[in-house]
Ligand binder design. Structure first.
Ligand SMILES: *Cc1c(COP(=O)(O)O)cnc(C)c1O
Length: 377
């Protein structure tokens, strides 16, 4: 693996990996982001949300780096992710499954020492039954719905959960949790509403600690921190809060190779559907990444890439494997076959690209393709 620093100023010809670009994940920046969030929530602890392959960046590499930094709690969404991650981490790392278990997964989960997040009374009863049949106590987290109506035990089932826990001691509840729906909007009334509801839950289950904040929640103040914060996007450099400067460090760089350049006259049609028509003589470059690589098709005729800090607009539709950019503003010959352009880096953040694409940073990250040469620094 090439561990070297990628310099977009140096035109590069064929890459020995055969890849069409470099996706660089800066694990040191990731760890600094972890430290920053940890300092904000201390003395509460900070977990890492590593679902969806750590938002596309590689759950194994990311989790190992964060473990080395002191993180011991890792959240995935699906049980299969927990099964894959479990052998990658030492046994004192705990892996939690946010979506809980599907019927039939209980024994494998218990065997693997994986902790399910229990989202309903049914799941609690099922997990208790597994514990009884294995004749040992099993760990779990209880998630409560405090107003998102997505996952978690609904208010009307809370008393039944209290009753269940009073009569059976086969589940070891590690903590209780809930998830914020609008944490990235600091002014949203929903945050206060959910906090109030979570206080009610905590009063009904006073024996347990609380986990509440995702990335955005960490920045809403100490009331939201509980004992364990669960950041995802902020670790990976995405802005945790909308409308303010992003306090996190960029973790991902993406550079893509130019595979062809050309000069076309005024009136030339560019790309599928011919939706872009040149207004004058234009120099174009085609780069080796398209929507199959995670450059959203909604960037067609909008957004840009950068070369030496110069903005090069995307023209025409984004194709599956390639995208055309207008390089007319660059000096002739500055960019050529084999040059690398910046898609994500010093001049264009994740949130910039997401905004231009009409998407959120989470979608950009989780769509980053697998045809790039991935390097971890
Ligand atoms: C995805 C997720 C998180 C992390 O959210 P970010 O906004 O990426 O910080 C935390 N908790 C739950 C329940 C989640 O589903």
């Amino acid at each position: 693996m090439d561990g070297g620093i990628v310099d977009s100023r140096a035109p590069k010809l064929a890459m020995d990996s055969g890849a069409c670009g470099y996706l660089t994940v800066d694990l040191a920046a990731l760890c600094r982001n972890y430290d920053k969030l940890s300092a904000i929530v201390a003395p509460a602890k900070t977990a890492a949300v590593v679902k969806a392959d750590s938002y596309g960046l590689g759950a194994s590499q990311v989790s190992k780096a964060l473990y080395a930094r002191g993180c011991r709690s890792f959240f995935v969404a699906h049980f299969i992710e927990a099964l894959r991650l479990r052998p990658q981490l030492p046994s004192d790392a705990t892996i939690f499954v946010l979506n809980g278990l599907l019927p039939g997964n209980e024994a494998t989960c218990a065997d693997g020492g994986i902790v399910p997040v229990i989202n309903s009374l049914d799941q609690l009863q099922q997990w208790s039954q597994t514990a009884r049949s294995l004749q040992r106590r099993l760990p779990a987290v209880l998630q409560f719905d405090t107003g998102m109506s997505r996952l978690g035990i609904p208010p009307e089932d809370r008393s039944a959960v209290v009753a269940h826990l009073r009569t059976s001691d086969d589940i070891d509840i590690l903590f209780i949790m809930s998830h914020l729906a609008s944490a990235d909007e600091a002014d949203s009334r929903q945050n206060g509403d959910q906090l109030t509801e979570m206080s009610r839950v905590a009063a009904e289950f006073p024996q347990y600690d609380v986990s509440f904040a995702n990335s955005g929640g960490i920045f809403l103040g100490g009331d939201f921190h509980g004992v364990l914060a669960r950041p995802g996007i902020a670790l990976y450099g995405g802005a945790p809060t909308g409308g303010v400067a992003n306090p996190m460090e960029a973790v991902v760089r993406l550079e893509v190779a130019v595979v062809q350049t050309r000069t076309v006259p005024e009136g030339a049609r560019v790309g599928y559907g011919g939706v872009h028509v040149t207004k004058g003589q234009t120099r174009l470059a085609t780069i080796a990444a398209g929507y199959a690589d995670g450059l959203p098709r909604s960037l067609s005729d909008r957004g840009a890439v950068y070369y030496n800090g110069v903005r090069l607009p995307i023209v025409g539709r984004v194709s599956m494997d390639s995208t055309t950019i207008d390089i007319t503003t660059l000096p002739e010959g500055a960019l050529s076959f084999g040059s690398m352009v910046e898609v994500l880096g010093d001049h264009q953040t994740l949130d910039d690209l997401a905004r231009d694409a009409g998407l959120i940073s989470y979608e950009i990250l989780t769509s980053l393709g697998h045809r790039f040469h991935r390097q971890y620094r």
